[in-house]
Design a protein around this ligand. Structure first.
Ligand code: FAD
Length: 464
């Protein structure tokens, strides 16, 4: 590593000479075509806009190393991007080069002994699970399978296994990470020398390095998954059932969604759904049977189970919906608060949204995934898109919900749309980990090569 101190960078803009030098040194072509730039100047939210200087599409860790080393030496900046599904500029360049990692998508052999699989950073979860033997699955996956593995781990990775196994980032055996000087590190929690970078990369929002490879732990399943579906009559019953199920252990997946449905009299009413599933052939305990006595039951082949949300997400593929704004809100709420706050939140949620509420197993989560203290729930307020005439009202309501939750002690899951992100906001967000968050940047990215629309400069990171 060339030096450990934090240098005051004389930041430059990528120019034609840099683009030629980069091609000569790494073989990487910088795409500056207007269509390509348009594709990365926004993310999935369509609410924030950046200024990309070009796009590079590496396919190997060596190319990423060459790219970062060049940027480091020349005081240039880079913004890592998976597929741009985040919603607040996390992957949007602001006067920097977009590093599109989605072309790094090779999945390696499964190690049957250690029950792990290694893949390149830009592999999607769909590509990954297609390569796994039928009896092995990742401990935790997002509900949307077309996210990249490294992009998901850079935020945390929430899915329906979060109540049993925690976030996807809690199940990473090792990472290959190119730090801000261009050095490639194979790092894990076990190798002490590299554990700091390992933990800086998990839920690290691409600030400290580019992940080029990921080794994930897998768990065994049976070929069939048993799925129970239950509908609660009231929000109180929904909340109580969720608590009762979370207290038991004979399931691996738990999901709880509520959305507005049209009633026969033309009004809209909330429908409260719960889904519980076991994919390891567990017999239902008496306690679970009692809770699920009115549930419907379905057997699904275990490899098909993760794809059950595909029909819902299919709408995103349509051109109209893809161009709509997606102000999505996710946070971790102290559990004692969620029950009290829920009725008020329901009265504020716009009709275009659905709500997911899940107890979170926090054990093993990386330090930069900021949680409130004690028992917590994930609250996600999700939409497939907001028509332009509805946007002001929706933003007003989501901002109000954000205020209410943060005031009640919540921490945002920093994947969706975050209305206000001043330096003080991040200090409060990271709380007693704030100094570690700032120091990790100085240590692993001493010239601030990695920037984004969300973290455009050192001052936004609290580094003077
Ligand atoms: C329809 C939809 C469904 C979603 N479902 C879920 C879900 O079920 N669970 C969940 O947890 N989240 C979900 N998200 C939210 C979230 O956007 C993703 O978790 C995350 O952003 C991954 O998306 P991506 O792969 O496109 O990464 P991006 O959005 O492109 O990147 C996310 C962050 O990671 C950084 N990054 C990307 N690749 C790398 C890399 N190789 N090395 C270092 N940093 C990198 C980026 O700079 C950025 O800060 C969803 C989003 C959408 C739009």
């Amino acid at each position: 590593m060339p030096e450990t101190g934090y240098l005051e960078p004389m930041r430059r803009i990528w120019d034609a000479a840099d683009i030629r030098a980069l091609a000569r040194l790494t073989g990487l072509i910088v795409d500056t075509s207007p269509a390509a730039l348009l594709g990365v100047e926004e993310d999935h939210s369509h609410l924030v806009c950046g200024r990309p200087e070009g796009i590079v599409r590496p396919t190997t860790a060596r190319q990423v190393q060459g790219l970062v080393r060049y940027a480091y030496e020349q005081n240039l900046t880079l913004t890592p991007r998976g597929l741009g599904h985040s919603g607040s500029g996390q992957s949007i360049p602001l006067d920097s080069l977009s590093v599109d990692l989605s072309h790094m998508n090779i999945v390696g052999q499964v190690d049957m002994q250690t029950k792990t699989v290694t893949c390149q950073a830009g592999t999607t979860w769909r590509q990954l699970i297609a390569c796994l033997p039928v009896h092995l699955v990742p401990f935790a996956m997002p509900t949307y399978l077309d996210l990249t593995v490294a992009g998901t781990l850079s935020t945390g990775g929430m899915g329906t296994a979060v109540s049993r196994f925690g976030p996807a980032a809690a199940h990473v055996a090792a990472l290959d990470v190119v730090d801000g000087t261009g050095e490639l590190h194979h790092c894990s929690a076990r190798v002490h020398a590299n554990s700091r970078l390992f933990y800086a990369a998990l839920s690290g929002l691409g600030r400290c390095g580019i992940i080029t490879g990921v080794t994930l732990r897998l768990r065994e399943t049976t070929p069939r998954t048993t799925v129970f579906r239950l509908v609660a009559d009231t929000v109180e019953e929904w909340h109580q059932r969720l608590r009762d199920i979370a207290a038991l252990t004979d399931w691996q997946h738990l999901d709880a969604l509520c959305s507005l449905q049209s009633a026969s009299d033309g009004t809209s009413v909330w429908r409260y759904e719960i889904e519980v599933a076991t994919d390891i052939g567990l017999e239902c305990s008496d306690a679970l049977q009692r809770i699920l006595k009115k549930a419907t039951l379905e057997m699904i082949s275990t490899p098909d189970f993760p794809t059950r949300f595909d029909t819902r997400f299919a709408a995103l593929e349509t051109q109209h919906i893809d161009t709509l704004a997606h102000p999505v809100f996710e946070c971790f709420l102290p559990r004692h608060v969620s029950e009290v706050l829920l009725p008020q939140l329901l009265s504020l949620v716009p009709p275009e949204y659905m709500i997911r509420l899940l107890p979170v197993e926090r054990h093993g989560s990386p330090p930069f995934l900021a949680f409130p203290k004690g028992e917590i729930d994930l609250l996600a307020i999700l939409t497939l898109g907001i028509e332009p005439d509805r946007l002001p009202d929706c933003l007003r309501r989501i901002t109000r919900i954000d205020d209410l939750c943060i005031t009640a002690g919540a921490k945002r899951y920093p994947a969706g749309w975050i209305p206000d992100t001043t330096l003080d906001y991040w200090k409060t967000h990271y709380g007693d980990r704030w100094a570690d968050w700032r120091d990790a940047k100085q240590r692993h990215d001493p010239r601030a090569v990695f920037t984004s629309r969300l973290f455009p400069s050192r001052s936004e990171e609290g580094i003077s």
